[in-house]
Write a new protein. Structure first.
Length: 397
């Protein structure tokens, strides 16, 4: 490395493999190698020809300049050789002044499924972070949950500990006797960071509007914004800190086999809540594809009332967008029993959804998540509940 420039990934959330500088001054950064369990690798080979789940598609480095004058540097992120390459397409992000900003297209040179070159313009003595997503630090997420618990109708629940002794926590609304729960979760794949949009829904519930007040009376809202904290801290893409795949180990857990601590903590929590609905967010911070929805097929539900509710909720969610990518999770969907969606539906009658958000900024992603939550909750409450909304009381002020 240059004597006035240092690039590394040795920090919480950092994600990079080999980092090297060419004679021309180009800094090349490889993905962080990520191993998966043999059973999972073999299952992907059987069902998807080795594809199916992206691997090694997170990248996050720290760039520090010790120069006394402005410094320009070009960095190249080489893409994964697995099927996660499309998830590494621009825009890329720079963390400066405490906030993530998209790197402008004029400073971005992209070669599809190969690499991206970024021109960074550093101020004297500046330290920035550069990544393919606006990753959230685990401590920041927990601080935000504590702030919500201090000022809103929420409590924090400790669900368990990880192999790295990090807490797995949930945020729950409180204050009423609840018959039904809506559970919102971030994906357990850290390269699709969804803590911010999940907590944006909790913030929305404190807006003081008549709608959110009534919804807080009608439902318990539960949030798991960081379900794989070790994976997030270690800069992983789909595994935890000990090379397990928590997102796809629910079937193994329920079959009595060895399973990650994160998987067990989330399942035990769901077993306590028996949620009426579960919404999981995957975020991509790109605008190259339409939003994607994975709803449950009606065959998972034997009860006619639950099937009718499923149809009405699906219709409400699909009205959110004019263009969609939709794949229904049916009983013949490959590896469907490995994840939480089908097991929640099968065991508890939970209306489960995987929602992949494709929009650029954190603000837009959070706003879309709130729109999804509002649509889901009001559809679950039903038209009669909606019609019972009281007339507004208007006073001169």
């Amino acid at each position: 490395m240059s004597e006035v420039l240092d690039i590394d990934a040795e920090f919480e959330g950092g994600s990079a493999g080999d980092i090297r500088t060419s004679q021309e001054g180009l800094v090349e950064i490889d993905p962080k190698p990520e191993q998966v369990p043999d059973w999972f690798f073999e299952a992907l080979g059987v069902h998807f020809g080795g594809a199916g789940v992206p691997r090694e598609y997170a990248c996050h480095v720290r760039v520090a300049s010790d120069a006394n004058e402005p410094r320009d540097v070009r960095v190249r992120f080489n893409f994964t050789k697995t099927n996660g390459a499309s998830y590494m397409a621009p825009p890329y992000w720079i963390l400066r002044h405490g906030r993530w900003w998209p790197i402008p297209s004029i400073d971005t040179s992209f070669v599809d499924r190969s690499h991206v070159d970024l021109d960074l313009h550093l101020a004297p003595g500046e330290l920035v972070h550069v990544a393919n997503k606006p990753f959230a630090h685990g401590d920041d997420t927990f601080d935000e949950m504590q702030a919500l618990a201090a000022h809103g109708p929420f409590d924090i629940r400790d669900l368990g500990r990880t192999a790295g002794d990090r807490p797995i926590v949930a945020l729950e609304s409180t204050g009423y006797r609840y018959d039904d729960t809506i559970l919102f979760g971030a994906t357990m794949q850290p390269a699709e960071p969804a803590a911010r949009p999940v907590l944006a829904i909790a913030h929305w519930l404190t807006d003081g509007s008549a709608l959110t007040k009534r919804l807080l009376e009608r439902f318990r809202f539960a949030f798991i914004p960081l379900p794989n904290p070790d994976g997030t801290a270690d800069g992983r893409s789909c595994t935890n800190g000990v090379a397990e795949v928590p997102m796809f180990s629910f079937g193994r857990l329920l079959a009595g086999e060895s399973a990650p601590l994160e998987t067990r903590a989330l399942w035990d929590y769901a077993n306590e809540l028996h949620p009426l609905s579960y919404m999981e967010f995957h975020t991509h911070y790109q605008d190259v594809r339409h939003h994607k929805l994975n709803p449950m097929a009606s065959e998972w539900f034997a009860d006619d009332d639950r099937r009718e509710l499923l149809a009405s909720v699906d219709k409400a969610l699909l009205a959110l967008n004019s263009d969609w990518r939709v794949t229904t999770i049916a009983r013949d969907t490959p590896m469907c029993d490995a994840g939480k969606f089908t097991n929640l539906a099968d065991r508890f009658g939970t209306l489960s959804y995987c929602y992949q958000i494709y929009t650029i900024t954190e603000e837009a992603t959070c706003a879309h998540a709130v729109s999804v939550a509002r649509t889901l909750a009001t559809a679950l409450a039903g038209p009669e509940w909606e019609a019972e909304a009281p007339e507004p009381i208007v006073t001169k002020g």
